[in-house]
Write a protein that binds this ligand. Structure first.
Ligand code: SAH
Ligand code: SF4
Ligand code: F3S
Length: 467
């Protein structure tokens, strides 16, 4: 297999650092805002963008009026995500006309689609900087050019992005941190745009990942979530003989770390070795996000998922046998082109058989350039919406029933911060990933506390601190 892992060279890193110094030397009080759409991988990229901005002398702000740089880090996975971005960029037109000192930039997955980058270039003249996921590392240089030459900069090279190490990353110091273990995807599920906008799989070297895990722990993290579009194929492009199971064991040995989660696992690459590693590593949470997408074999084949319903169910059984009390979550698509009522019932059947803790469900969204966009699709949006609502009803009932099982239990909860709904309460998660709110008492973010569950709702639990 062709080796695609390309680490950014020390020369290139030094070059970008020199641009950061130049921007910093421009001086003055400057503010920045990064708006993130999409998945955790994008959140992680935004931490890198913010890290670079801070190193260039910018202070983060939420206030558009104050910001000197506003960056939209976009997602292309569904049309809805894209429409939101267009609307929000358009809304800044007047502010830009009024403020010569404001630079609006658009980056991320949407910009790796030629037609979309072109639309931004033509129709959104107030956008001064456009770059794709593959040019992320060049941000300091692009920003410097925008600021000094007062021209628009567009960099949407189609080549696979290089792996960035040794560049600043903004760390919130929060108890939970994201750490990417790999970038890109090789799977080409027929509905999905990700392989086109993120390029081929590229794994980070284990020592770089471990160094980052140690660093986030030193800054206060107690839990890390290892990220990749398909972590189960981690390491296949490296020559060091470390697969994801081995990587988990290495991360498990990092002192000071309490919990490890990871996502996403593709069922076709889920190995016995990984299940054994999950069971044996004390810090790895008993939680598995295992998207099944559809329950019908014809639909799964048309999606190019490369497993069938029986195979998926067998995998769930094996996972549960290895990891007692395993919490399972999944992603599902409703209304893939040509999916019939009978085929949809197979999806409901998987929900009923597996009884996932929760499911992220999506109505199929046509992504131009993907094979599914060319498939006949006789069903209307209303048909799909109706099925989607039936699916939600089934899953919400199951999630509610599973959560009821927590009543009266005492669970270890890693405290994340103040509750969103009640400022006198704290919020955290069980090892199975359930959100738990409870009156704060003496607990602080980062503490691992014992909480007795008193109330169980579909999406979260309430409890009281055990002394
Ligand atoms: N790599 C991950 C998920 C990436 S995208 C995986 O393979 O599981 C996150 C989820 O978005 C997918 O699991 C899928 O359920 C959904 N998704 C992707 N493309 C979509 C599309 N065109 N329409 C609707 N949902 C989509
Ligand atoms: Fe998309 Fe499939 Fe890759 Fe996930 S595995 S990112 S759904 S192509
Ligand atoms: Fe969206 Fe890109 Fe993630 S398309 S889901 S932000 S990889």
């Amino acid at each position: 297999m062709e080796k695609t892992q390309v680490r950014l060279t020390p020369e290139e890193t030094a070059r970008q650092r020199a641009f950061m110094d130049k921007v910093r030397a421009m001086g003055g009080t400057r503010y920045c805002k990064v708006i993130t759409y999409g998945c955790q991988q994008n959140e992680n990229d935004s931490e890198r963008l913010l890290g670079m901005l801070e190193a260039m002398g910018y202070t983060p702000t939420e206030d558009n009026e104050k910001a000197n740089v506003i960056l939209f880090n976009t997602c292309a996975v569904r049309e809805g995500a894209e429409l939101k971005v267009y609307g929000n960029i358009g809304a800044l037109k007047h502010l830009c006309a009024r403020r010569q000192d404001l630079l609006v930039g658009v980056c991320g997955c949407m910009m790796q689609q030629e037609a979309v980058a072109e639309r931004i270039r033509r129709q959104y003249r107030h956008v001064g900087l456009v770059f794709g996921t593959h040019s992320l590392y060049k941000f300091p240089e692009l920003l410097y050019e925008c600021l000094t030459e007062h021209t628009r900069r567009v960099d949407v090279t189609p080549s696979d992005g290089r792996i960035i190490e040794d560049m600043p990353v903004h760390r919130s110091g929060a108890p939970c941190a994201w750490v990417s273990v790999m970038y890109g995807c090789n799977n080409f599920c027929t509905y999905c745009i990700v392989p086109y906008v993120r390029g081929r799989e590229r794994s980070r070297r284990p020592e770089d990942i471990l160094a980052e895990v140690r660093e986030v722990v030193a800054r206060g993290a107690r839990e890390v979530t290892l990220l990749g579009q398909n972590v189960n194929s981690y390491g296949k492009d490296l020559d060091c003989g470390v697969d994801f199971a081995a990587l988990l064991r290495m991360v498990n040995d990092v002192p000071g770390l309490l919990r490890i989660r990871f996502m996403t696992s593709h069922p076709k690459d889920m190995s016995e070795r990984l299940l054994v590693a999950m069971a044996e590593c004390d810090k790895v949470c008993p939680q598995l996000h295992l998207p099944f997408q559809a329950g019908n074999d014809r639909v799964l084949a048309a999606m190019n998922r490369r497993y069938d319903k029986a195979g998926y169910l067998a995998l769930v059984e094996a996972a549960r046998a290895h990891i007692p009390g395993l919490s399972l979550t999944s992603d599902v698509i409703v209304g893939f082109p040509g999916e019939t009522e009978a085929e949809f019932l197979d999806t409901l059947d998987v929900l009923a058989r597996v009884r996932f803790d929760s499911v992220f469900s999506f109505i199929y969204s046509k992504r131009s350039g993907t094979p599914a966009a060319e498939m006949p699709d006789p069903f209307t949006h209303a048909d799909k919406q109706a099925r989607f609502e039936r699916l939600l009803e089934v899953q919400n009932r199951i999630s509610h029933e599973i959560n009821q099982g927590y009543a009266g239990k005492v669970c270890p909860v890693l405290v994340e911060g103040p509750s969103k709904t009640d400022p006198t309460a704290l919020t955290g998660r069980t090892d199975t990933g359930k959100v738990v709110n409870f009156p704060a008492g003496a607990a602080r973010p980062g503490d691992l506390v014992r909480v007795r569950i008193t109330q169980c709702q579909t999406w979260s639990l309430w409890g009281e601190l055990e002394s």
